[in-house]
Design a protein around this ligand. Structure first.
Ligand code: G3P
Length: 216
């Protein structure tokens, strides 16, 4: 499973990228707004750090304006993937952008049929928001499982990109159901790498080794 980092904070991206774990980045208007910085500057900086798909979202809600914004965003760097929301206007924009060779990540997907529609119009990435489904008492992963199953019946090139990941369990389940990608906030990503027994075990190994007075 590919790991994307879900943030527009370049310090976080730089740090996680240095671990060798990051295959791409997803941003959204809320994450961009949090940086307080000019959109294109942030995108350019991210593209210099990570050599993989970098999702940048449009903010228009009408197809022709989304296409215009998408084309501008795509010009920032060859790795930019335009993010369009899963509304009918967003599907129209996705179709048009895909026909022009621009990769699109369809975001705010909450049902398998929304995902299928996005795949049919040419999306490269499908982003189900599992945490937000959990928030309203539904099992976010039921839709991811269905999406993976449905897409395996056909030949759409779209990849399932699990988003709104809030916990290590979410990341584990994404891998268990065979999602192509999970996009993970920095803090959650870091959590998945730690275990107290790892730290304790290392402490004991090093203490025993020190007693030998040897060097490697
Ligand atoms: O990638 C989508 C993600 O940023 C949304 O996460 O936690 O705001 O639902 P969240």
């Amino acid at each position: 499973m590919k790991y994307f980092i879900d943030t527009a904070d370049v310090a976080e991206i730089r740090e996680a990228a240095s671990w060798g774990l990051i295959d791409g980045v997803t941003t959204n208007p809320s994450l961009m707004a949090k940086t307080g910085r000019p959109y294109h500057d942030v995108l350019r900086e991210i593209c210099e750090i990570v050599d993989g798909p970098i999702s940048a979202e449009v903010v228009a809600t009408e197809a022709s304006a989304m296409i215009e914004e998408g084309e501008k965003l795509a010009k920032v760097h060859k790795n930019i993937v335009v993010k369009c929301p899963m509304i009918i206007e967003g599907l129209k924009a996705t179709h048009a952008l895909a026909k022009r060779g621009i990769r699109v990540n369809v975001t705010l997907i909450f049902t398998p049929l929304q995902a299928l529609a996005a795949a049919k119009v040419g999306a490269s990435f499908l982003s189900p928001f599992i945490g937000r489904l959990d928030d309203i008492g539904q099992d976010g992963f039921a839709i991811v499982e269905d999406m993976v199953q449905i897409l395996s019946n056909y030949d759409y090139p779209a990849e399932v990109l699990v988003a709104s990941v809030r916990s290590t369990t979410h990341l584990l389940r994404a891998a268990e159901v065979g999602a192509d990608i999970a996009t993970v906030p920095f803090a959650v990503l870091k959590q998945t790498l730690h275990h107290p027994l790892t730290d304790l075990g290392l402490e004991r190994f090093l203490a025993d080794w020190r007693k030998t007075n040897q060097k490697i």
